[in-house]
Design a protein around this ligand. Structure first.
Ligand SMILES: O=C[C@H](O)[C@H](O)COP(=O)(O)O
Ligand SMILES: C=C(OP(=O)(O)O)C(=O)O
Length: 358
């Protein structure tokens, strides 16, 4: 046997992590929280199947970095969710994992202290605690499934998941999604390409076998059944939006041709707003108008919203962080969120019950 070291040459260190089972034993879901997850997932399935006439709206911060601000936001959102629940199913965006174009803060799980200490074990604890608390309020939660291992720690708390624009084409993410226990939205590519999301939907509905971990953290062969609740998320790309009625019609045609579910989410942020939060309410108004004009494929929306407007860079001194302001993409603030959601509900409340989906 050669004594030459040939592996892990670029690995600085490896540390064992708490197992999914141990984390859940430390922080179990209460009956109330479990009910929120189950009811949230079922309501989304019903909307996608056309048996619940409402739209679901995934709304909340681009990323969570301050859990107290997130709790404050969740309480406000729960009140609004109850007010509009006859027309809109509100699901809170609780994003802990950020895919970066190059480098940058990768989210609360990866670096919960925002100081490059990368205390991932603490990140999983803080993230799970927050998700339990949000579900306890009766508000379902949505997240991006980016790391292929973290769902084993958190997916029991999640009602809807996204696969991001940078990973929709990834086989690893499609395999993982085929085994996830909720509806999954696949974003179009960052260049605007829809094919990657359509192909993802085809792939995810099939069973897959791949490498993963089990609840004891042991390397395992994971065999999935396939997930029939995949759908497309139009987020714009290549410098152009794709929420307009022509782009939506082209998406419908592509889904029809591929014999896939004609269920579309419009992401009002990202390339659909050119990352300018002030444009998000305009996208919401446009989508509302399309539905009033007879669109029957847009079933959901995504909105990036926080307590306060805009975004901020992570400062060297974390005491200088502004409360309730995103440290990733810019968000609309709470008053703009309430206004936009209420307007949408008021315009659609009498129309959605008679809407024929698909
Ligand atoms: O939604 C968040 C961002 O758009 C995504 O994480 C990419 O961010 P970046 O281009 O700043 O790295
Ligand atoms: C990263 C995100 O979006 P996208 O994958 O569309 O860039 C996001 O929604 O946080």
């Amino acid at each position: 046997m050669s004594g030459k070291k040939l592996e892990n040459l670029n690995v600085a260190s490896q540390e064992p992590l708490i197992t999914p089972e141990a984390l859940k034993q430390e922080m179990p879901l209460s009956d109330t929280a479990a009910e929120t997850v189950a009811k949230g997932r079922q309501a989304i399935y019903d909307i996608m199947d056309g048996t619940d006439h409402r739209l679901f709206v995934v709304v909340g911060p681009c990323s969570i970095h301050d859990v107290e601000a997130a709790r404050d936001y969740a309480k406000r959102l729960k009140t609004l969710a109850d007010e509009v629940s006859d027309t809109l199913l509100i699901v809170m965006r609780v994003y802990f994992e950020k895919p970066r174009t190059t480098v940058g803060w990768k989210g609360l799980i990866n670096d919960p202290h925002l100081n490059d200490t990368f205390d991932i074990e603490q990140g999983l604890h803080i993230g799970r605690r927050l998700l339990l608390d949000i579900n306890e309020l009766g508000l379902p939660a949505a997240t991006e499934a980016l790391d292929p291992i973290s769902p084993q720690y958190l997916q029991d708390t999640i009602a809807w998941s996204a696969i991001g624009a940078r990973t929709t084409e990834s086989q690893t993410h499609r395999e993982m999604s085929s085994g996830l226990s909720m509806a999954i939205g696949f974003k179009n590519g960052t260049d605007g390409s829809l094919d990657v999301a359509v192909n993802a939907m085809k792939s995810v509905s099939h069973p897959h076998s791949f490498l993963g971990i089990d609840q004891q953290g042991k390397a395992s062969i994971v065999r999935t059944k396939g997930n029939n609740y995949g759908h497309v998320v139009l987020r714009g790309g290549g410098g152009k939006p794709n929420y307009d009625s022509v782009s939506v019609a082209l998406c419908e045609q592509a889904l029809e041709k591929a014999k896939l579910r004609k269920s579309i989410m419009v992401d009002c942020s990202h390339a659909n707003s050119n990352k300018d939060p002030a444009l998000q309410p305009l996208v919401m108004q446009d989508v509302t108008h399309q539905i009033l004009e007879g669109n029957n494929s847009i079933q959901s929306l995504m909105v990036e919203s926080n307590i306060n407007w805009g975004n901020q860079s992570i400062p060297d001194n974390l005491d200088d962080l502004k409360y309730g302001v995103s440290v990733t993409d810019a968000c609309i603030d709470w008053p703009a969120t309430e206004k936009a959601i209420r307007e949408m509900r008021d315009k659609l409340k009498d129309v959605l019950p008679g809407r024929k989906i698909g």
